[in-house]
Design a protein around this ligand. Structure first.
Ligand SMILES: [Zn+2]
Length: 116
């Protein structure tokens, strides 16, 4: 009792090997499950990466004390100094000099015809 009869195994094997509609359905089901199992870590990883990037873009680092915070206030909650604005980036490496007008830093591009 409790053992799977060998006849049922043979029946299942025959169902998979013989080109019947039931065998096709079982194979398609197994293939779909396999693809889902393989794709699940990729999808979850992608969602996690996007969530991490969104979280990272909201975090601002205080230049005075180095505190990383997600506050929307203009001042650091720890030391009270001014936090860098969101458009200037969250790290000092991405800090942009906002004092210069945009027209000064615009790059002019000229189109030229190049003969081969
Ligand atoms: Zn601070």
């Amino acid at each position: 009792m409790g053992r799977f009869p060998p006849l049922l195994w043979l029946l299942l094997l025959g169902l998979l090997l013989l080109p019947t509609a039931a065998g096709r359905v079982l194979l398609d089901l197994a293939g779909g499950l396999l693809i889902a199992l393989l794709a699940l870590p990729v999808v979850l990883g992608g969602l996690g990466w996007i969530g991490w990037k969104v979280l990272q873009s909201r975090v601002r680092t205080c230049e005075a004390c180095g505190l990383s915070t997600m506050t929307t206030d203009a001042q650091c909650p720890a030391c009270g100094s001014m936090l860098p604005s969101k458009k200037s980036g969250h790290s000092s490496a991405e800090a942009v000099d906002d004092s210069r007008p945009a027209s000064d830093v615009t790059i002019d591009i000229k189109a030229e015809d190049v003969d081969p």
